[in-house]
Design a protein around this ligand. Structure first.
Ligand SMILES: [Zn+2]
Length: 138
């Protein structure tokens, strides 16, 4: 939830990133507050966080320095920032899954009893998961 104070902070970041072209909002406090309220409403339509929005101001300024951004441009970049962050946060758990699969495959390769999928015949002729710890003949 972006508050008026958050939006004012984002506007200050825009001024910092675009000292020549950003509007001088803070010269007129009433106008700055009114603008901040509108920006907050726009940002909250997309449930963006202040962190993603501040990252977006910096990224947008670094990639496109000519003019200060419209709030809609900050939203577009902030959504990309959020998407990339959630993909990054998902990645480590996928790595753990891959590591576990590698370990399982190596255990099957090292085991001389089970088939390539890790199954083994029991004495009564059914298939069961091999624990790869049985010795031949036991
Ligand atoms: Zn096995």
């Amino acid at each position: 939830m972006i508050t008026r104070a958050d939006a004012l902070e984002i506007m200050t970041a825009v001024i910092g990133a675009h000292p020549r072209t950003a509007p001088r909002w803070h010269d007129d406090h009433d106008a700055a507050r009114a603008t901040a309220d509108i920006w907050a409403k726009m940002f909250n339509r997309h449930t963006l966080t202040k962190r993603d929005l501040l990252d977006a101001v910096v990224r947008r300024a670094a990639d496109n320095p000519i003019t200060a951004p419209e709030p809609g441009e900050i939203i577009a970049v902030a959504r990309a920032v959020r998407r990339e962050r959630s993909e990054r946060e998902k990645a480590p758990s996928m790595q753990i899954d891959r590591d576990a699969a590698d370990e399982r495959r190596q255990a099957i390769e090292a085991c001389r009893l089970c088939d390539p999928n890790g199954w083994i015949d029991t004495d009564d002729g059914r298939l069961t998961r091999c624990d790869h710890n049985r010795q031949i003949g036991s």
